[in-house]
Design a protein around this ligand. Structure first.
Ligand SMILES: [Zn+2]
Length: 170
């Protein structure tokens, strides 16, 4: 069942999705444990240190900037959970953006120097790596370049054309 409301974690009345406070006094900003960019930075430093990166503190901002900025649908949110890590009301914070950053960081540290350079070069062209295998990422880069070259509308038509041809060929 899907619902278009968000249940107040404290008094359980229905609020609008994305609500950050409730007439009962509950407020997202009052809840301990809401993840912040500070806590994410600290986690990145830890991972960099484990990866034997020199001066991890100096690389945090660089790495954050290497990736796509936090999108609207990636903000911290509370989800109702069972099991560990929940607060008294049965909620836990989930931050999709932080999960993406940390996932990309762990993968990035395993890349060869050449592959790292590809990620950086693409970033310079505003094409963001999302932790894909580099071969797959190269396809993304190539397709993005084609799309920019011919324009989104023409690119979509071309893709639809390809799909039609595939169907005919089967
Ligand atoms: Zn409430």
């Amino acid at each position: 069942m899907t619902t278009k409301t968000f249940e107040c974690p404290k008094c359980r009345i229905d609020l609008k999705i994305g609500a950050t406070e409730c007439p009962c006094g509950w407020s997202v900003n009052k809840i301990a444990g809401r993840p912040s960019i500070a806590s994410l930075r600290a986690e990145i430093v830890d991972v960099l240190r484990m990866g034997n990166v020199k001066d991890p503190d100096k690389h945090v901002e660089w790495f954050i900037d290497l990736l796509e900025p936090e999108r609207k649908d990636e903000h911290p949110k509370q989800v109702q959970v069972v099991g560990n890590g929940r607060d008294d009301n049965g909620y836990r914070w989930v931050w999709p953006y932080a999960l993406r950053v940390k996932g990309c960081l762990l993968k990035y540290l395993t890349l060869s120097n050449d592959d790292k350079k590809i990620v950086m070069a693409a970033r310079a062209d505003n094409i963001f790596w999302r932790g894909d295998d580099i071969k797959l990422f190269m396809d993304v880069v190539e397709e993005t370049m084609i799309m920019r070259e011919i324009g989104v509308t023409a690119y979509r038509k071309q893709c639809l054309g390809k799909m039609k041809n595939l169907k005919i060929g089967v």
